[in-house]
Design a protein around this ligand. Structure first.
Ligand code: IPE
Ligand code: IPE
Ligand code: MG
Length: 259
C-alpha cells in the first residue's frame, strides 16, 4: 500500500467499510473490461462518444486508486480487434480520444511513477494515436510504480496466434541447428504473448452487467477471479473498485487443488 485507507477512501458510502480490506491480499494484477459507455450515454440521450468521454474520469480514478493500493499492474481493455466494426465516427472519435487523453495525462502519470505500456496490434492505429502511446512509453518506461497496460486494438486470439507463430519459428531454428524439434512449453508460448513478463491477473472486473470475456486475455485469465458489476463504466469509481476487491478477497482460490 502506498497510501492509507483513510486517504484513499475518504467518504465511503453507508455500509461500505474500507477497513474490511485485507491490505496484505491486494491482487498484483487487476484487469478491467470497461463496458457500458454507450448505454450510459443512451440513458441521457447523448451521443455514444459522450459516454466514452465520461469514462475517462473513471479510468483516472481507477488508476489512482489501484496505484495507491499497491496494485502492480492494471490492464484496461480500451479497444478490441472487433471494435473496428463500430460506426466510423465512433471509431475515429475513440482513436482521437485515446491520443488526446494520453497526451494530457502522461505528465500526471509520470509524477505518480506509473509506467504506461500498450498491448495489441499498434500498427493498425492512426499515426497520432500510436505516437501518443509511444511517447507515453518513452517518457515512463523507467518508472518503478504501477504499470498501466492499455489494451488497444487487442484481441486474444490474434495474440495467441502470434505466440504460436513465434513458437513455430523457434522450433524451426532449433531443429535446423540441432536436428531435434524442441518441446513447446508454456514458458516458451508466454514469451510470444504481448504480456510476456507480466504476471497473470488474479482479478478480472467487467462492468455493465455483461458476463463474457469478449476476446480478452484468454490465456492469462485461466485462473483469474471474475467480478462482474452492474455499474456502467462512467459510473465506476474507487468505492466500486473497493467492492470488487472485497468480493475478490471473499473468494476461495483453489487452483484445482483441495483446501
Ligand atoms: C466500452 O463501452 C468501451 C469500448 C468498447 C470502447 P461500450 O461502448 O461497449 O458501451 P456499451 O456496451 O455499448 O454500453
Ligand atoms: C469489450 O467490450 C471491449 C472493450 C471493453 C474495449 P464490447 O462492448 O466491445 O464487447 P461485446 O461486444 O459486448 O462483447
Ligand atoms: Mg460494450
Amino acid at each position: 500500500m502506498n497510501r492509507t485507507l483513510d486517504y484513499i477512501f475518504p467518504n465511503p458510502p453507508a455500509g461500505l467499510d474500507p477497513t474490511a480490506l485485507d491490505c496484505a491480499n491486494i491482487p498484483e494484477h487487476v484487469a478491467v473490461i470497461m463496458d457500458g459507455n454507450g448505454r450510459w450515454a443512451k440513458k441521457r440521450a447523448l451521443n455514444r462518444l459522450r459516454g466514452h468521454k465520461a469514462g475517462i474520469e473513471a479510468v483516472r480514478e481507477t488508476i489512482r486508486c489501484a496505484s495507491d493500493l499497491g496494485v502492480r499492474y492494471l490492464t484496461i481493455y480500451s479497444f478490441s480487434t472487433e471494435n473496428w466494426r463500430r460506426p466510423q465516427d465512433e471509431v475515429i472519435g475513440l482513436m482521437d480520444l485515446f491520443a488526446k487523453t494520453m497526451l494530457a495525462e502522461v505528465d500526471g502519470l509520470h509524477e505518480e511513477h506509473v509506467r504506461v505500456m500498450t498491448i495489441g496490434d499498434a500498427s493498425a492505429l492512426p499515426d497520432e494515436t500510436r505516437a501518443a502511446f509511444d511517447e507515453a512509453w518513452e517518457k515512463t518506461k523507467g518508472n518503478d510504480g504501477m504499470t498501466l497496460v492499455v489494451a488497444v486494438n487487442y484481441g486474444s486470439r490474434q495474440e495467441m496466434l502470434h505466440a504460436a507463430q513465434a513458437c513455430a519459428q523457434h522450433a524451426v531454428e532449433v531443429a535446423r541447428e540441432t536436428g531435434e524439434v524442441p518441446a513447446i512449453t508454456e514458458e516458451l508460448f508466454e514469451r510470444g504473448l504481448y504480456t510476456a513478463g507480466i504476471p497473470d491477473p488474479e482479478l478480472l472486473i467487467r462492468t455493465s452487467g455483461e458476463m463474457r470475456v469478449s476476446n480478452f486475455l484468454l490465456w492469462q485469465i485461466a485462473y483469474s477471479e471474475f467480478v462482474c458489476t452492474d455499474v456502467l463504466w462512467p459510473d465506476f469509481d474507487r468505492y466500486e473498485l473497493l467492492r470488487c476487491l472485497l468480493e475478490y478477497q471473499r473468494r476461495d482460490r483453489r487452483f484445482g487443488g483441495v483446501k
